[in-house]
Design a protein around this ligand. Structure first.
Ligand SMILES: [Cu+2]
Length: 116
């Protein structure tokens, strides 16, 4: 009994350590009025991007380089994608190609990456 309890405790601590290491950040991009908002985001590697269709018509998300493509999202539907990077990911709405957005995945060291 006692060993079972401590095993559970170790598992819990391990879980915390792992999630901490993963640095799981989430960035939301809302789709509204034929616009990705914000249209350009700067994120750290490992960030999960969540697109939410807040428009009353369907939209979809597709990478220019075809690395990902969502299904058609109805109102309030979501699509998420974790980006590795570093690099720039340009994407568009496959139903309305004039809708475009950009994800810039910055390197780990934040110094020098931003600048003014
Ligand atoms: Cu669209």
């Amino acid at each position: 009994m006692r060993s079972l309890m401590s095993a559970a405790r170790v598992a819990a601590v391990l879980f915390c350590a792992l999630t901490g290491l993963a640095h799981a950040e989430t960035v939301e991009i809302r789709i509204d009025n034929f616009t990705f908002s914000p249209a350009e985001v700067h994120v750290a590697p490992g960030t999960t991007i969540v697109w939410i269709n807040a428009d009353d018509i369907p939209h979809a998300v597709a990478a220019n380089d075809k690395s990902f493509r969502s299904k058609v999202l109805d109102t309030e539907e979501k699509y998420s994608r974790t980006v590795a990077g570093p690099g720039t990911i340009d994407y568009f709405c496959s139903l309305h190609p004039h809708m475009t957005g950009r994800i810039i995945v910055d390197g780990n060291g934040s110094d020098g990456a931003g600048g003014h």
